[in-house]
Design a binder for this molecule. Sequence first.
Ligand code: ME8
Length: 529
Amino acid sequence: MNTTYYLTTAIAYPNGEPHIGHAYEYIATDVMARFKRLDGYDVRFLTGTDEHGQKMQQTAEQEGISPMELATRNADVFQDMDDNVLDVSYDRFIRTTDADHKASAQEIWRRMEAAGDIYLDTYSGWYSVRDERFFADDETHVNDDGVRIATETGTEVTWTEEESYFFRLSNYADKLLAHYQANPDFIAPQTRANEVIRFVEGGLEDLSISRTSFDWGIPVPEATDPALKTDKKHVMYVWVDALTNYITGAGFPDADSELKRYWPADLHVIGKDISRFHCIFWPAFLMSAGIELPKRVMIHGFLNNEGEKMSKSLGNVVHPAGWVERYGLDTVRFFLLREFPFGADGSYSHDGVVRRKNADLSNNLGNLAQRSLSMVYKNVDGQVPQPGELTAQDEQILADAAGLLDTWRTHFEKQDFYRALGAAWKVLDDTNSYFADQEPWVLRKTDEARMQTVLWVTLEVVRRIALLIQAVMPGSATKLLDALGVDASADAGRTNASGEGPRSYAAWDDQLAPGTPIAKPTPVFPRHE
Ligand code: ME8
């Protein structure tokens, strides 16, 4: 049995269409999923939409349609973007309106109730529909326009007073702190972990976990404890429902589900605005329900437009499809992971994308592959060359390239895509210098055998880089591997649990076989003009 690897994105609110911030999260998670599949893991990748709650109900009312119609319309747009624009290799697109999810959310509720962690009371305080979040009085202020807003998020809050079930979150502060301490990789990056820890150290208040003033949500299951019985109809607070999607995706509560093997999740990928929900509420709910905790929550930064926050009112919201059409999918995927570290905020601009595309992809990797392949095509009869004796320099370049897989494994454990790509591009820089120093075009006339060695060494580096970057730029990597004659169809007897064959990382230590036919090469990374 292969080791399992279960990873998830946040599930988006389908009250509007996806923006490039969503695309950023899906692409990064997809790169992680592909890397693990290529590395032989039995991967399960969950993404989807978070369809209940007041925001969905209000938006639907404004549009004059039902919340379900709104959810379906936009969930389809998200899924279509994954399938046809971003090439996101998810295994399930979950919708919180799916029947199995309703059963799952009701079951975790029953377990929290059975644990004695739920009681009935009245909530009075501020609620932000935009954030689907409660705020204490001192977390809000009245702005210049006389509107009361949540200080942290800047969204309007309204006074809410209603009967509500509460979760005894206050009982979990010490247990959470102990868990963070015993599991230093549970929250990443460290700066975000510190924020969460400081917040919990300040003490936790019980959490309102149901609403009675609207009905677009999963009904709270009938209480067994007489003290919890009420005539009012409660729906679950949308975050209880939403977070539970991660265990629904692993077959909960069906004890016989074949998906059960994926829990606990290895990785939740989320943005920085929802860290408290994932690092405080979610583990507390799971502890209460007696369910194992996920292994890691990786918190990414926000993607801004030329340093400015994206917003409808600023008119700078970028649509992923337009972006992909303009630069090409692989350029976008590469740019987002190479431009700034995954845990940090970052910015994109037209110039920034074009710079990366031309410098890193076209000039560096693209030219190296195109020049070496063209020389082979013209001067070695369109066949993989025959290497002669290797010099120390040849050995060094080959060893640097060979070491990249372990380097990537180390960086990917921390979702440090930025450094992983940096290491690969360092080897490419060195290989470009090597190629220029060795002057194979001069050797062609003076020492043909040596020329063949230099070309073989260069192609070997390109082969390893192409294998690696299948995770990041699947389309371009496949073209490179095709051009190198790396066989994709032959069954090398190495199909892994995820169905990846001879081009998985099991092929890492293969070598290009001299004499393998090479077709006339065409540039894989054209320049952006
Ligand atoms: O928060 N840059 O949904 P959502 C990077 N339904 N990431 C961004 C971003 C930006 N500019 N804007 C948003 C929700 N995100 C909840 C999640 S999970 C059980 C429920 C990220 O549609 C954001 O941080 O508002 C989150 O991880 C994801 O996009 C979905 O945001």
